[in-house]
Design a protein around this ligand. Structure first.
Ligand code: ATP
Ligand code: MG
Length: 639
C-alpha cells in the first residue's frame, strides 16, 4: 500500500483510502448505497479469474434509472440538462421530468428500429441534447452505446463501425465549428460504404444546417418518429451490474485506439462516489464539463456522473473563445455553475487571450476548476488560478479507468494541492510507482512506471471489446515478475505521497544513457515567459543515441526573423540548463504556430518524432489538424 500522505490531515482521507485498499469488498459495499438497486448483489467482487474483476455480482440496476428516474420525485421540475450552443445561438433547459420524457421517446425509437438489450448503437453526433437522449435511451433499454467523436472522418468511423457492429447508428446532418456547419452525413455514408458490416438503420437528427439525402429504407427521421412516439412510456430494463453499458475507444495518442468496455453497476457506483468525494458534487447544483461526449470525460462527467449525483449538467456546443474568451465564465454566471471541469489544452488557448475576459463575470457560484487529460504545467496552472481566483484541481486518469486514479480529493477533506502534481491516490486505486524491471515500488522521488495492483476498482474497463486476450496482453503484461496494470505513464511519488506524471512510457528520451521524460523538458521550456505551449520529442542521434528537440508556440503571434529566433532559442536553452542541467538541453528549439494533437487535444509526440526522423507518422486518424505535421517538417528543413 502507498505510504501515508504527509500533511496536516484530519485523517479522513487516510482512513477512507486505507480501508478501500485493505478491505475493498466492505468499502465498495458501502459505496453501493449511493445508487439505487433493483435487486441487491450477492457478491461485492468476483476476482476468481484475474486480472478480470466482476463487481456487484448478482445485483441488478440501471444507469438511466439512477441518472434520471431516481430524481423525479424530489427534483422533477429542477434543471437536468442545460444546452448552450454559441454555434447556432440556442439555449435550452430540460428539467428532470422533460429529460425523462425525451429519453423514453428516444428509447421507443430505438426499440421501433429493433434494438434490444445487448445490441450496439453507435452515436456519431455533435454536442446537442439528442446525443445525450440517445446515450441515456441506450442505457435505459440495455443497448450498448459506442459514441464516436463527431470530429472523426469516415476512416476512423468505419473502423469503429466494423469493430462494434451497431444495429443502429444515431447521427445528425451536421455539427458546427466556429460558426461554420461541418457536414456529418456524407462522412457517415462514406464510412458505412467502407465498412464490411452494415447497420440496419440510421436515425438522423435534422438540424437544418446542411441538406442531405436520406437513404430509403435505412435512414429514419428523428423529428418524424418523435412526433409519432410523443407519449411513449418505456420502462427501465433492469440489467445485471456486470452487463456492458458501453464501448469507448481511447484517444489513440500512442497507437491504434482500444475499445474500452464498461459495466453498469460498478460504473454507476464509482461515478457516484467520485462526484461526492472528488468533484464536490451537490444535488441541485450545476456541473459544467467543457469536454465532448465523444471522450471519456464526456461520458463520465457531462452525462452520467452529474445526473447520477442529481445535478444539472451543461452541454456546451462551441469554442472556448467564441464569441469571445469570456464564454465559459458567462455560462458559469448565467447557470450558477458550481463545478467546472476542463483540460489544460483549453486553458492554454485562453492564456493567449486578454485575461480581462475572465474577470468580467460573477464567478461566486464556482467552487473549483478541475483539469485533466494531460500534464498541467505550473505556468498554466498559476496563470488560470490567478485569473479566476479559484482552486485549480488537477486529476489524472484514463479512458480505461473511467474516473480519476489520482486527485486532490477536496470532497473528503481540506487537502492541499502541490503545483505540478495531480495529487494522491484515489480510494480504490492501489496505485504505485514501480521499477520497470523488478516491479518493486520505487523509493520516493525515484522515477518508475505508474501501475495499479489488481483487481481494478469499480468503474474501470471490463475488457477490450471482443478481445479478452488483448486486454490481458496490453495492460497486464508489462512486468515480467507479476501481473500488474500498467498505465504506460512515467511518474514519481514524493515523500509526502504526491504523484508527479512525467510522460508516457514510450515518450522517454535517452540522451547518452540519461533517461529524460519529455514532460520535464517541456515544463522547463514553458516556464520561459514567451512560450505558450511546447512539445519535446527524442530524435535519433548518431553520437548521443537520442537528443531532445522542442517545438514551441509563442504567446504573441509576431513572426520572428532568423536572428530573433536564434536569440530566443538560446535563451530557452539557458532556462533548461539552469533548471534541469545541460544534459536535458534540447539540441534545437523550433517555433511553430500549431502542434499536432489528437482530436481530444493531446500532443502526438510519436508522430512528431517520426517526422523528425524522416519516418512515416503512421495511423493519423485521430489527428486534429493534419497541416500541423507539415509545420514540423517545414521547421526541420529551413528554406
Ligand atoms: P491511447 O491510449 O489510445 O494512446 P490516450 O492515452 O491519449 O490514447 P486517454 O485515455 O484519453 O487516451 O488519455 C489518458 C492519458 O492522458 C493518461 O494515460 C496520461 O498519459 C494522460 N493524462 C490524463 N490526465 C493527466 C494528468 N492530469 N496529468 C498528466 N497526464 C494526464
Ligand atoms: Mg492511453
Amino acid at each position: 500500500m502507498v505510504k501515508p500522505v504527509n500533511y496536516q490531515s484530519d485523517g479522513t482521507y487516510q482512513n477512507l483510502y486505507e480501508e478501500s485498499i485493505r478491505n475493498p469488498k466492505g468499502f465498495w459495499a458501502r459505496q453501493a448505497n449511493l445508487i439505487d438497486w433493483h435487486k441487491p448483489f450477492d457478491k461485492v467482487l468476483d476476482d476468481s479469474k484475474p486480472p478480470f474483476a466482476a463487481w456487484y455480482v448478482g445485483g441488478e440496476t440501471n444507469l438511466c434509472h439512477n441518472a434520471v428516474d431516481r430524481h423525479l420525485a424530489e427534483q422533477g421540475d429542477k434543471p437536468a440538462l442545460i444546452f448552450v450552443s454559441t454555434e447556432v445561438d440556442q439555449e435550452r433547459v430540460y428539467t428532470f421530468k422533460q429529460l425523462h420524457e425525451e429519453v423514453q421517446i428516444a428509447a421507443a425509437m430505438l426499440q421501433k428500429m429493433g434494438v434490444q438489450k445487448g445490441d450496439r448503437v453507435l452515436i456519431y453526433m455533435p454536442m446537442i441534447p439528442e446525443a445525450t437522449f440517445a446515450m441515456l435511451a441506450c442505457a435505459r433499454i440495455g443497448a450498448i452505446h459506442s459514441v464516436v467523436f463527431g470530429g472523426f472522418a469516415s476512416h476512423s468511423l468505419a473502423s469503429r463501425i466494423e469493430d462494434a457492429q451497431p444495429k443502429v447508428i444515431v447521427s445528425a446532418d451536421a455539427g458546427s465549428r466556429g460558426g461554420k456547419a461541418v457536414p456529418y452525413k456524407p462522412l457517415l455514408d462514406e464510412a458505412i460504404e467502407r465498412s464490411s458490416y452494415k447497420p440496419a438503420s440510421v436515425l438522423m437528427v435534422n438540424r437544418g444546417l446542411v441538406p442531405f439525402e436520406a437513404v430509403t429504407g435505412r435512414d429514419q427521421d428523428y423529428a418524424k418518429l418523435h412526433a409519432e412516439l410523443a407519449n411513449a412510456k418505456v420502462p427501465v430494463t433492469w440489467l445485471k451490474a456486470t452487463d456492458s453499458s458501453y464501448i469507448l475507444y481511447t484517444s489513440g495518442t500512442t497507437g491504434k485506439p482500444k475499445g474500452v468496455q464498461r459495466d453498469v453497476g460498478g460504473y454507476a457506483v464509482a461515478l457516484a462516489a467520485s462526484m461526492k468525494h472528488i468533484f464536490m458534487g451537490e444535488k441541485g447544483k450545476t456541473f459544467f464539463a467543457t469536454s465532448d461526449i465523444g471522450w471519456v470525460v464526456g461520458h463520465s462527467y457531462i452525462v452520467y456522473g452529474p445526473l447520477i449525483a442529481g445535478m444539472a449538467t451543461v452541454m456546451y456546443e462551441g469554442l472556448p473563445i467564441r464569441p469571445d474568451a469570456g464564454i465559459w465564465w458567462k455560462i458559469v454566471q448565467d447557470y450558477q455553475v458550481s463545478v467546472l471541469f476542463s483540460a489544460p489544452t483549453a486553458v492554454r488557448v485562453l492564456k493567449k487571450q486578454d485575461p480581462a475576459y475572465l474577470s468580467k463575470y460573477d464567478l461566486s457560484s464556482l467552487k473549483a476548476l478541475f483539469l485533466a487529460g494531460e500534464p498541467l504545467d505550473e505556468t498554466t496552472s498559476d496563470w488560470i488560478s490567478g485569473a479566476i481566483g479559484k482552486p485549480i484541481v488537477d486529476n489524472y486518469w484514463q479512458t480505461e479507468t473511467g474516473w480519476p486514479i489520482l486527485a486532490v480529493q477536496r470532497g473528503i477533506e481540506a487537502m492541499p494541492g502541490k503545483l505540478g502534481s495531480p495529487g494522491v491516490p484515489v480510494f480504490g486505486f492501489n496505485v504505485n510507482v514501480l521499477d520497470e524491471d523488478t516491479a518493486q515500488p520505487c523509493k520516493p522521488n525515484e522515477k518508475g512506471v505508474v501501475a495499479i495492483e489488481g483487481p481494478l476498482p469499480p468503474g474501470c474497463m471490463q475488457t477490450v471489446w471482443g478481445d479478452d486476450e488483448r486486454f490481458v496482453k496490453t495492460y497486464w503484461s508489462s512486468f515480467k515478475t507479476r501481473q500488474v496494470y500498467s498505465t504506460f505513464d512515467w511518474g514519481i511519488r514524493d515523500e509526502d505521497g504526491y504523484f508527479f506524471i512525467l510522460g508516457r512510457t514510450d515518450d522517454v528520451i535517452n540522451v547518452a544513457g540519461h533517461r529524460l521524460g519529455t514532460r520535464e523538458i517541456e515544463e522547463s521550456i514553458s516556464s520561459h515567459p514567451a512560450v505558450a505551449e511546447v512539445a519535446v520529442v527524442g530524435v535519433a542521434d548518431s553520437v548521443k543515441g537520442q537528443v531532445a528537440v522542442g517545438f514551441a508556440i509563442l504567446k504573441s503571434s509576431n513572426v520572428l526573423d532568423a536572428a530573433q529566433a536564434k536569440t530566443l532559442e538560446a535563451e530557452i536553452m539557458k532556462v533548461v540548463d539552469g533548471q534541469l542541467g545541460a544534459v536535458a538541453r534540447p539540441a534545437r528549439v523550433y517555433f511553430v504556430n500549431v502542434l499536432p494533437k489528437t482530436r481530444s487535444g493531446k500532443l502526438l509526440r510519436r508522430s512528431i518524432q517520426a517526422v523528425c526522423e524522416g519516418r512515416d507518422p503512421g495511423d493519423m486518424t485521430t489527428i486534429d489538424d493534419p497541416t500541423a505535421l507539415d509545420q514540423i517538417k517545414g521547421a526541420m528543413t529551413p528554406a
